[in-house]
Each structure stands twice: as C-alpha cells, then as structure tokens.
Design a protein around this ligand. Structure first.
Ligand code: ZN
Length: 116
C-alpha cells in the first residue's frame, strides 16, 4: 500500500525549490513537500517518511523539543555496565627548554581502555 505524508517541517513551504512550486499563472505558491510512504518498505518506518530533508527535521525538533521530550522524559541518567583495563603506553611531551632547543621527552603514560 502506498500512502503520502505532508512534510512536517514548519518552514518546508518557504524553501525556494522548483519541487515546491505549484499553481498556475499569477497564482503560484511554494507548497509543503508531499512524501511518498511505502508501508512495504523493508527498512520499516523512517524518520524521512515525515520530513523531506534534514533541515525540515531539525526545524521541527527545534520548534517542538520540549513537547517531544515530554513524550518520553529522561529524569535520570542511564548507565551501561562495562569492564575497564588500564593500559600503559609510550607517549612524549615537549620540553621547551628556554634556550630555543625544543626536546621531545618520552614518558610512560596510562589510559583507560573499555572492554565491552
Ligand atoms: Zn520539508
């Protein structure tokens, strides 16, 4: 089944592209983009079933961010358990000396490696 959505971008109908021009004679308008939605799409629902481009998507998100986040509020941080490993590696710093002779000085550094 093939269906259509109007792009939800609040400024979609103001973007000056050939694909938005409708009407005849002196009654031309820029119209919101109509998006063809195929429900048999193997990739399932796409955000671009509702927005014709990323500008329209972000315009909508910017305008409705509070309402959108109220749909599924995040009231506390989430955590993912991990294992970490301290790893030593060879690094270096620069010794600017003072007499104009810059030296590269090696040293043993440590970094934390995440083991999933
Ligand atoms: Zn749009």
């Amino acid at each position: 089944m093939t269906d259509y959505n109007w792009c939800h971008g609040p400024e979609c109908h103001t973007q000056e592209t050939q694909s938005r021009v409708r009407g005849s004679g002196d009654n031309k308008v820029l119209r919101t983009i109509k998006i063809r939605v195929n429900s048999h799409n193997q990739y399932g629902n796409s955000i671009f079933d509702y927005f014709c481009n990323t500008r329209c998507l972000y315009d909508y998100l910017r305008e409705h961010a509070q309402a959108i986040s109220a749909i599924a509020p995040r009231r506390e941080a989430l955590e993912t358990p991990i294992k970490v490993e301290k790893e030593k590696y060879e690094s270096y710093r620069y010794d600017w000396g003072g007499n104009g002779a810059t030296k590269r000085v090696p040293y043993q550094a440590t970094r934390t490696k995440i083991i999933s």
